[in-house]
Design a protein around this ligand. Structure first.
Ligand code: MN
Length: 429
């Protein structure tokens, strides 16, 4: 085991070194203590959830001057839209209450019993009112791989790709929290060699390993957000699985982009890791060649070093195989560039908007972030050690993604985003 540096401040709540949720993290989420109780906000610490509505009601956050009942809302938006300084101050207060050397909560058994709940006993919800969802396509490796498969090697990367962060406006209504089952979509596809399309359940349901950010401060319609200010509009990050139907997608996507192949479900992890918790893991983003146009040029190109993994479970209770190890830092376009490009026309941001990265693939096959790439369109099936084989996802297969920053003796992590495929509507369940 790696020794823990003496300088770290610990919590009185026990936190395992492998835990994603030490005092340095404190991600925000929305939960119900029991399924019948109204949702409210909390932070995760180790295997516990601190109910922030109880803490706020007790007057322990009064000096932050939060709007009334900020943490009793069923979404985080009222908190997310506050100025960054106010949010940071509230976070310092919350962190202080959980410190091992702070008696207020530690030595108050009544308050502890009301406010500190076992994470395994609560029900997590979608953390924000997500009014709009945009999905980018910011991994050069992923865009190149998909381009080769859909259009051939010579037209793999479209000429615009190195000049702007390509994206499409996705569907917010079908963004669901981790643990929600996904019904296999039906739709049109054009079988190889066929002249006319067919209709039926997708035979090529896939995952996409992504991360996404939630917008904090809104912006005004008509006013672009300069790239130097872009990070001021970002609250925090979640893991994203952008479920995709690979047989529907190539038939429908031209000329206006993805549509029903992408709108049947997008899963996100329940805990939103604020930018403050990621700051120690900032690193350089890839050098861009050619240099982008001036409005996309960043004084410093920074991103975050976030390890990512994907595991597939073959059927209910079946064996699980890790199929991808990647890293957020591989992305060619940064979050700041994505956000700035999104608003360059004057398009306005809303608090709670979700912007996802696009599939995060690295350069070697073990780091590909979708089955489309891992099995190369189904040509190289995944072989599970126990004998299961997969090209794309079958009914009752589950996908679990996880991500974490590795500190010295601790992790700042995202937990997981998991989901399972159910048979298509109208089929036997
Ligand atoms: Mn995607």
């Amino acid at each position: 085991m790696i020794p823990t540096p003496q300088t770290r401040v610990r919590s009185f709540v026990p936190v395992d070194p492998e835990s994603h949720f030490p005092l340095e993290n404190l991600p925000y989420g929305i939960f119900s203590p029991t399924p019948a109780e109204p949702p409210r906000a909390g932070v995760r610490i180790g295997d516990h959830v601190l109910d922030l509505s109880v803490i706020e009601d007790s007057g322990l956050l009064a000096s932050a001057g939060l709007p009334w009942a900020t943490f009793s809302q069923p979404v985080l938006n009222r908190f997310m839209e506050l100025p960054a300084d106010q949010r940071r101050f509230a976070r310092v207060l919350i962190q202080g209450l959980l410190r091992e050397d702070e008696p207020t909560l530690r030595d108050d058994p009544v308050l502890r019993a009301r406010a500190l709940l076992p994470a395994a006993s609560v029900t997590m919800r979608v953390p924000a009112a997500i009014r709009d969802y945009t999905d980018f396509y910011s991994s050069k490796e992923h865009a190149t791989n998909v381009g080769i498969m859909f259009r051939g090697k010579d037209n793999a990367l479209m000429p615009n790709w190195v000049h702007l962060p390509v994206g499409y406006h996705g569907r917010a209504s079908s963004v669901v929290v981790s643990g929600t089952d996904i019904v296999r979509p039906s739709g049109q596809s054009l079988p190889p060699g066929a002249e006319a399309p067919v209709f039926g359940p997708s035979k090529r349901v896939d995952f996409e390993l992504e991360m996404g950010f939630l917008v904090s401060l809104p912006s005004d319609l008509g006013r672009p957000v300069p790239v130097a200010e872009a990070m001021d509009h970002i609250f925090g990050l979640v893991l994203v699985n952008d479920w995709s139907a690979r047989d529907i997608q190539p038939w429908e996507y031209q000329p206006l982009g993805p549509f029903t192949a992408k709108n049947f479900g997008t899963s996100i992890s329940p805990w939103v890791v604020p930018l403050e918790a990621l700051e120690p893991f900032a690193c350089d983003a890839p050098v861009q060649e050619p240099e982008p146009l001036p409005y996309l040029r960043e004084p410093e190109r920074r991103t975050y070093d976030i390890n990512l993994e994907v595991a597939v479970t073959a059927g209910d209770g079946g064996e699980t195989l890790t199929v991808c190890r990647s890293n957020f830092k591989h992305l060619y376009w940064t979050m700041a560039q994505q956000l700035t490009h999104h608003t360059v026309t004057g398009c306005n941001l809303g608090t709670g908007d979700l912007m996802a990265s696009g599939t995060i693939s690295g350069s070697d096959p073990g780091s590909f972030g979708s089955l489309l790439e891992i099995t190369w369109r189904g040509e190289r099936p995944l072989e599970f050690p126990g004998g299961a084989r997969r090209t794309f996802l079958e009914d009752h297969d589950a996908v679990t993604m996880t991500g974490w920053c590795q500190g010295d003796g601790y992790r700042v992590g995202f937990g997981e985003v998991a989901g399972r495929i159910l048979p298509a509507f109208g089929e036997v369940r």
